[in-house]
Design a protein around this ligand. Structure first.
Ligand code: ATP
Length: 250
């Protein structure tokens, strides 16, 4: 069985942590993804950019197992997980943070416990302490309801809840949504720090270009198809993309 070690074949990097190949997915009669492919290497931060309705959420949900893949394959850590149930994907190391990210009617402590659902009580206590060290606000408010937190704090709780399970890959759906530019900056800083300290791979779906500086690789999804992959410099040099995402005409 192929594991996650990387080796090169021609100019192709083999053995990525996540490999999505020609994925098709959608809702009932509506097809959203039309053969999307992407990959995330071990300890790599990848940002998936796309405008409203491009299919980012659909792609992340299909990777997390919340939507069925109609065609294509999803390989994680060397195993084909295309048909695996969501709990199997979580247990194998995929952490998914939805746009809402938390349960507003549970306390912060309870949210964290749920994030570590498949772990022992002792492991969860130790991990929750680490999360409180990263996010001191959460320690202070740990008996309060998730819904009583500010937008920025909720995102932090969402990130902490996802990290409770010690994922190898964190996939996040629009961590910037509903946040002021000041908080977006803060979220980007926190994710950078966590990426370095936790050595975790990240796949972040965003329409906010503030996230690209943090990305080692960027994909653009447009109408369910990947139309660009490259690094920040390549992205900035592309005239059409500059106009769409940065509002700079060529
Ligand atoms: P946003 O940033 O607005 O969330 P997105 O890139 O995440 O956009 P998706 O949420 O994946 O895009 O939506 C892609 C397409 O699928 C859109 O046309 C949307 O209307 C449609 N869609 C999303 N969820 C459903 C659903 N539950 N049932 C039917 N169509 C849906």
């Amino acid at each position: 069985m192929m594991r996650s070690s990387r080796f090169f074949w021609g100019d192709r990097v083999m053995g990525d942590l996540l490999d999505v190949e020609a994925l098709e997915s959608g809702y009932g009669l509506i097809q959203v993804l039309w053969g999307s492919s992407l990959s995330v290497a071990c300890n790599q931060s990848v940002v998936l950019l796309g405008v409203n309705g491009a299919g980012k959420t659909t792609l992340l949900k299909t990777i997390a197992g919340l939507l069925d893949a109609r065609k294509g394959t999803i390989t994680f850590d060397g195993n084909d997980i295309t048909r695996a149930k969501p709990n199997v994907r979580i247990a194998s190391g995929i952490g998914y943070m939805s746009e809402l990210g938390i349960f507003p009617n549970l306390t912060i402590e309870e949210n964290l416990q749920l994030g570590g659902y498949f772990r022992s009580e002792k492991e969860n206590r130790i991990r929750a302490d680490q999360m409180y060290d990263y996010f001191p606000d959460l320690r202070e408010y740990r008996k309060k309801m998730g819904g009583s937190l500010s937008g920025g704090q909720r995102k932090m709780l969402g990130v902490a809840k996802t990290l409770m399970a010690h994922p190898k890959l964190v996939i996040m759906d629009e961590p910037s949504s509903g946040l002021s530019p000041k908080f977006v900056k803060k979220v980007v800083e926190v994710l950078k720090l966590l990426h370095e300290q936790e050595k975790v791979s990240m796949l972040i779906a965003e329409q906010n270009v503030s996230f690209i500086d943090f990305a080692q690789k960027i994909y653009i999804l447009d109408k369910g198809r990947v139309t660009f992959d490259g690094d920040v410099e390549e992205l900035k040099q592309n005239d059409t993309i500059r106009e769409t995402y940065f509002g700079i005409a060529h």
